[in-house]
Design a protein around this ligand. Structure first.
Ligand SMILES: Cc1cc2nc3c(=O)[nH]c(=O)nc-3n(C[C@H](O)[C@H](O)[C@H](O)COP(=O)(O)OP(=O)(O)OC[C@H]3O[C@@H](n4cnc5c(N)ncnc54)[C@H](O)[C@@H]3O)c2cc1C
Length: 503
């Protein structure tokens, strides 16, 4: 069993240490393992049971929240990265993937097999288990968040009959929604239970360690991306009665919350299915290959430059801190610079929005509000922006990138922010080390949480506590009963789960 830890993950003194990507969480685990197989995972979870030590897996550490915090046994899942067609179903588009595979690698391997994921977030560095366990989403009122792909979950956890033993279960929905053809099935014991499934889909590791998922994906498809720069009143009008979504696979918005020259600039991005009958012609393939790289770097040219000159971002941060009055213009430029020609490529390449270099030096809270039939959510967005302007005028503290709006279809999963209704996520990014950055993120949470909004589990959600979760997630009681069943001695709990779900 591999008990090594990666060289990059050692402290100055050579002891294991793990940090999240923004280096806001640092963990000195008692043990730090890198499992490579299901048997490794079983052995590690058995050790946690035997020694009554907490155990937690981490993916890429891209959560800004304390969700990955682990002080007992910490499992780095980088080596759990295999993918294969799912054997126990006749459906062609089901793939079994190990939980540690990074979204980027998953996309590459699906592409080789002629498939593509239906949705994803704006970057591809996350592990699939980390992304799914925290409710990661793109913008899709048609499909929903990434967790909608999940058809089956293989979980390493307590044996339900003998909690002193480790056991592996395959968890699926019941009835016709179960995908595994049990004739000839060889694999972990299957639990076909809707409540267990909907609890497990988004539960930030609190039911056990996820070994693998079966994901339902699509035959490779192409997307056409169009971007329209106008002003916020124009975009707001298009959002009314959901008009803007009609006929588009995906729509998202970026807005300058601050006035620049009396105007609030906004960007509307559309993704449409693109059917090219000549797709298989060699010339088309070459065109896509050659232009892809150029287009990708053109889309974020200044940030590509920034990635070559690491101090560039610190100059941006210095400038904003020294001259906060410059922020409205800075964000205006960020919105304007995204005006682009039409961009056609494979689905996952278009959904990848880039700007990793800057995104990974920023943090945010991303809060989901209900897209209601009366469009009242648009007034909430308006109020958020008014509040940001008030904070700017009164205290000279700011968010430093455009306010993002992404739309996600409702889900049956109990603890995902879009549980039970369609939502609009409001994203408020702030570069690291910006004066008042933490204050503004906390104030925004205070402002939005009063109205019952639900924060992203992987982003800043410091103000969520048990009482808040109980009042805002109607299925909390069923969820927590399931968690207690699978996690009776709390070895899969941490300070985060204690805070947000009280267990
Ligand atoms: C630059 C950047 C861009 C982002 N863009 C988006 C976006 O577009 N849309 C969006 O919705 N979110 C976005 N996020 C948030 C991100 O997708 C989530 O925070 C996600 O959880 C990160 O995945 P990870 O692999 O880093 O998980 P980690 O942060 O390592 O872990 C997240 C949680 O999952 C648990 N976990 C991980 N692996 C396992 C496993 N095998 N078994 C059980 N539990 C496990 C961990 O214990 C932890 O609780 C972004 C984050 C960053 C830093």
């Amino acid at each position: 069993m591999p008990r090594k830890h990666n060289k990059n993950k050692k402290s100055f003194f050579g002891r294991p240490v793990w940090r999240n990507s923004t280096k806001t969480i640092s963990v000195h685990p008692l043990r730090f393992y890198q499992p490579e197989t299901l048997d490794d995972l079983k052995e590690m979870v058995q050790e946690a049971i035997d020694t009554n030590t907490t155990i937690r897996a981490v993916g890429s550490g891209h959560s800004f929240s304390d969700a990955p915090q682990a002080e007992g046994i910490l499992l780095d899942t980088d080596h759990l990265n295999k993918l294969s067609k799912y054997k126990f179903s006749k459906a062609e588009n089901l793939f079994e993937v190990e939980g540690g595979i990074k979204v980027k690698e998953l996309n590459k391997r699906l592409d080789q097999a002629g498939y593509c994921i239906p949705t994803m977030g704006g970057i591809d560095h996350q592990s699939i288990a980390g992304a799914l366990s925290t409710g990661t989403h793109g913008s899709s009122l048609d499909f929903g968040a990434m967790s909608k792909m999940i058809k089956s979950i293989v979980l390493v956890t307590h044996d339900q009959d003998d909690p002193k033993k480790v056991k592996v279960y395959r968890i699926e929905r019941s009835g016709n929604n179960s995908i595994t053809d049990t004739a000839g099935y060889t694999g972990p014991e299957i639990i076909k239970d809707d409540a267990v499934f909907h609890s497990a889909v988004v539960c930030f590791g609190s039911m056990g360690i996820i070994y693998s998922y079966v994901l339902e994906v699509e035959k490779m498809y192409y997307l056409l991306e169009k971007k329209e720069v106008s002003d916020w009143p124009t975009v707001k009008d298009k959002l009314r009665n959901r008009r803007v979504f009609q006929g588009h696979r995906s729509v998202f918005v970026q807005i300058n919350p601050y006035l620049h020259k009396g105007k609030q600039l906004a960007l509307l991005v559309y993704h449409d299915d693109y059917v090219d009958t000549d797709q298989n012609l060699l010339v088309q393939q070459i065109k896509h290959k050659v232009f892809d790289r150029i287009k990708r770097s053109r889309r974020s040219f200044q940030f590509e430059v920034a990635s070559l000159l690491p101090y560039f971002v610190w100059i941006m941060i210095w400038r904003i801190n020294r001259f906060p009055g410059f922020v409205p213009k800075f964000i205006n430029n960020a919105v304007k610079s995204q005006k682009d020609d039409e961009y056609i490529n494979k689905g996952y390449k278009v959904m990848y929005q880039g700007l990793d270099y800057v995104k990974e030096r920023a943090f945010d809270c991303e809060i989901a509000i209900q897209v209601d039939s009366g469009d009242e959510y648009l007034e909430v967005i308006e109020n958020v922006m008014q509040y940001l302007r008030y904070m700017s005028e009164e205290y000279k503290v700011h968010i430093t990138s455009p306010l993002g709006l992404r739309f996600v279809k409702s889900s049956e999963a109990f603890m995902t922010p879009e549980s039970g209704y369609d939502v609009c996520y409001i994203d408020t990014p702030v570069l690291k080390k910006i004066y008042g950055g933490d204050v503004i993120i906390n104030k925004l949470q205070q402002f939005l949480l009063v109205g019952g909004a639900r924060p992203h589990w992987g982003k800043r959600n410091d103000l969520v506590d048990l009482e808040y979760t109980q009042s805002n997630y109607p299925k909390y009681n069923v969820f927590i009963q399931t968690i207690k069943l699978f996690n009776p001695s709390k070895i899969f709990s941490n300070l985060f789960t204690k805070r947000v779900i009280g267990y």
